[in-house]
Design a protein around this ligand. Structure first.
Ligand code: 0X9
Ligand code: ZN
Length: 763
């Protein structure tokens, strides 16, 4: 997928959000004759820096967008006192800085040409006016759920679950009187833990810090803002070019931001076959410590590697670490910028507790500022319910206002598509997706009715060992509550790579004293430092837990190793395609096409060693085998060799010379993915009509069955636009008869997808 931020930015500028109006404060071309070698997030000077003054019209958001022709430009907005109001320091030339402002506030917009040949850029500054939010108080309550049925009932109320619970209770964030009434109406009793979360957050941010002995690897003492993550990653790359390399995930977010990460390993530029440890943060906007943990882990590795620490050097010789600190930057920016200590009275405190992404309407790109409207606070898709693994099953909601909304379809969101693309193009042996809070190390499966993980013993072993360091409870995901469409349930069952959710931190602070912050992002010492160092933990905290994950990644007894020979410099590709079924819901299971493809180069010696995941998916081990197809191509892309390989976890296999022709039967080339979406379905006595969309051109064929009998068939072509498929029904069907509609779609290259729905004939 190509990254087209410019087009996207133009589209975003075109319309303001319904309910919000946007004022253009400035649109201008900029010239910077020189480059500025420093951060744009502080006031800067010289011929690489250009400034403009504007005044905000009204309370709301300021958005400064910058586009340049080439190189790296950044942008920042400061208030009269020089404090950073908004900033963007992504790599490249497409920037969106967004922060909250007051009407009449004087602002300085600063653009910096960091590097590159282009001395010109375009700047536009808008003020998205946000109507004042009702000052509803956000409260955190502990609801008693003595039975499984009570737990289920509570989850069905679609309240904002604080995602913290133990047997007997679950914590819930209440966003006002309607939420309270819903609890009472359903017969629940609860204790109020924090009556006014915003006030408590404010106090927590002012609270005297009692950090543990030791400083964080980066030296930070306060949560980064979005641009500071970009800046830190840039800095690590610039200062350590052979150790740290930038990556940008394939899709921009709905608001047009790039999703950035870094790779860390010795000789990072080489296309080697090292096993990969993937660290993720902030699927959920409000869970700030999860991004800090991932980012600090990067600093930890770089610092200790450079200091010659034997353990780190040994590990980074063998393994590669990929860090994507913020999977959901749109959501994070809103949450982080609505920080309660900056006096932005107009901001709904609830925004700091935003969880999901910025999808306001299924399938549509939100207009500028739309995500920040009070009315849309509840909107968004939960990125941790949108993965293809068991998508649409229990523990995920079909309601767009729910905090666990699963989205319009599996992988409907750029955030999950990005992580899917990353995991599908690397050999990720270990994945930790960091979240807050509850002091848990969770492993698959995420829902009680889900399949037992065939690698349960191994998953448990590493989970328990990590938990012995950070003091968390190591358990299966569903022991917290059911979830489907979650990250590690997709990644583990799709690739065999071990996957975990860390739920970092707890509500009570480490001193056992008063609550500091509401768990999701408490004051930095509690939210980040204590969990990092493991204050009050039996071992070395998350820092040490992550080292164990990296050691496990490097341990070849836990994955597969392919050795062989090839033409030096040739590209080797390991690939596999298959289709998988989601759980679906009302619409029935959806078939998704998966394609795993990773590459390495044959080293100059002509001998290669490739650390890979097992070829057969975990759930098929024992009953079936699946093969990797290994392809060798020269620089021009011509195939020099192709072979098939079945390899298990813990196995090491030599495949001989792989650039020397076809050694086994070739498999069909990759089948492009096809997804099928079923919209409104109407029934009459004579026919069924269904609105259907395919992700690309497809041929639909539908069958309606009553029991085993076919009572209707229909077919037609479809594509990305919804079409109506009509299936004429046989005569004489009884009123109220139960019918099954199944639609299958065939696309290019024979890709297939199906959708099922059970219907009742009108009485
Ligand atoms: O609900 C979630 O997505 C996670 N909790 S959070 O508070 N961070 O939102 C838990 C996900 C657990 N994973 C599985 N059960 N698979
Ligand atoms: Zn989370």
């Amino acid at each position: 997928m190509t990254f087209r931020p410019l087009l996207l930015a133009a589209a975003l500028l075109a319309a303001a959000a319904p309910g919000a109006s946007a004022a253009d404060l400035l649109t201008t071309g900029l010239r910077a004759p020189g480059a500025y070698d420093g951060s744009c997030l502080a006031r800067a000077g010289g011929d690489g820096v250009v400034r403009r003054e504007v005044v905000a019209d009204a309370n709301g958001l300021v958005q400064a967008r910058l586009t340049g022709a080439a190189g790296d430009w950044d942008v920042a907005v400061f208030d009269a006192a020089g404090a950073l109001v908004a900033g963007s320091a992504q790599r490249g030339t497409a920037e969106l800085a967004e922060g909250f402002v007051r009407g009449g506030q004087a602002l300085t917009v600063q653009a910096c040409r960091r590097s590159g040949a282009a001395g010109e850029a375009q700047l536009s500054v808008q003020n998205v006016i946000l109507p004042a939010a009702a000052p509803g108080k956000l409260a955190l309550v502990r609801v008693s759920v003595p039975t499984a049925a009570a737990k289920e009932l509570l989850l069905s109320l679609d309240l904002d679950m604080a995602e913290h619970g133990r047997p007997g209770f679950l914590d819930v964030l209440l966003h006002g009187d309607a939420d309270r009434a819903a609890l009472t109406r359903a017969g629940f009793t609860y204790d109020t833990l924090i009556g006014d979360v915003a006030a408590s957050d404010r106090a927590a941010l002012r609270a005297p810090m009692s950090p543990p002995d030791g400083t964080m690897p980066s030296g930070r003492v306060q949560y980064r803002r979005l641009a500071e993550f970009s800046e830190d990653m840039k800095k690590l790359v610039a200062e350590n070019p052979t150790l740290v390399k930038p990556i940008t995930l394939p899709l921009p977010t709905l608001e047009g931001r790039a999703v950035e990460g870094i790779e860390i390993t010795e000789n990072v530029g080489a296309a080697d076959g090292k096993p990969v440890f993937l660290q993720l943060g902030v699927h959920h906007a409000r869970e700030w410590p999860s991004a800090e943990m991932a980012m600090e882990w990067a600093f930890e590795l770089v610092n200790t590697f450079k200091a010659g620490n034997e353990r780190t050097v040994g590990l980074l010789r063998k393994a590669r670490v990929i860090v994507v600190p913020i999977v959901n930057p749109d959501g994070f920016n809103l949450s982080r910028e609505s920080i309660v200590d900056a006096g932005q009275a107009q901001v709904d405190p609830g925004f700091s507790y935003k969880r999901k992404n910025c999808r306001v309407t299924d399938g549509a790109i939100p207009a500028a500022g739309e995500c920040g409207l009070d009315a849309n606070r509840d909107k968004g898709t939960d990125p941790n319910r949108n993965y293809g693994g068991f998508w649409g099953g229990p523990g995920a909601s079909r309601s767009a206002n729910s905090d666990t909304y699963r989205g319009a379809g599996p992988f409907s969101e750029p955030e999950t598509q990005n992580i899917r693309a990353l995991v599908s193009t690397r050999q990720v042996m270990t994945l930790i997706t960091n979240h807050t809070y509850s002091d848990l190390v969770l492993r698959p499966p995420g829902f009680a009715a889900g399949p037992v993980a065939p690698d349960e013993a191994l998953l448990k072993d590493l989970g328990d060992k990590m938990a012995a360091e950070n003091g968390y409870t190591s358990q299966k995901g569903y022991e917290l509550y059911d979830t489907t469409g979650s990250t590690e349930d997709w990644s583990y069952f799709t690739t065999g790579g071990l996957g975990y959710t860390f739920e970092i931190g707890k509500l009570d602070n480490a001193d056992g004293g008063a609550v500091a912050g509401a768990g999701f992002h408490p004051a930095y010492p509690y939210g980040v430092m204590n969990p990092w160092f493991g204050v009050n933990a039996p071992g070395g905290g998350n820092r040490e837990a992550y080292y164990l994950a990296l050691e496990s990644t490097a341990n070849e007894a836990r994955h597969s190793v392919i050795t062989g020979r090839g033409r030096p410099g040739a590209t080797l590709r390991l690939q596999k395609t298959f289709s998988a079924q989601t759980n679906g819901g009302e619409d029935g299971p959806v078939t998704i096409q998966e394609g795993l493809t990773s590459t390495m180069s044959v080293p100059a010696s002509g001998a290669f060693e490739w650390h890979a995941n097992q070829s057969t998916r975990p759930l098929l081990v024992g009953s079936q085998t699946e093969a990797w197809t290994l392809v060798c191509t020269d620089a021009a892309g011509s195939v020099l060799g192709r072979s098939q390989l079945v390899i298990a976890r813990g196995e090491r296999k030599d495949v001989g010379n792989v650039c020397n022709g076809v050694t086994e039967t070739a498999t069909a080339s990759a089948v492009p993915a096809l997804t099928l979406k079923l919209g409104a379905v109407k029934t009459s006595r004579r026919a069924i009509t269904a609105r259907v969309t395919c992700s690309s051109a497809c041929r639909l064929s539908a069958r309606v069955a009553k029991g085993r009998r076919t009572v209707g068939r229909g077919s037609r072509s479809a594509g990305v636009r919804a079409v109506t498929l009509r299936v004429k029904l046989a005569r004489g069907l009884a009123r109220g008869a139960k019918l099954k509609l199944s639609i299958s779609a065939t696309g290019a290259g024979g890709a297939r997808a199906t959708a099922l729905k059970t219907l009742k004939l009108k009485k």
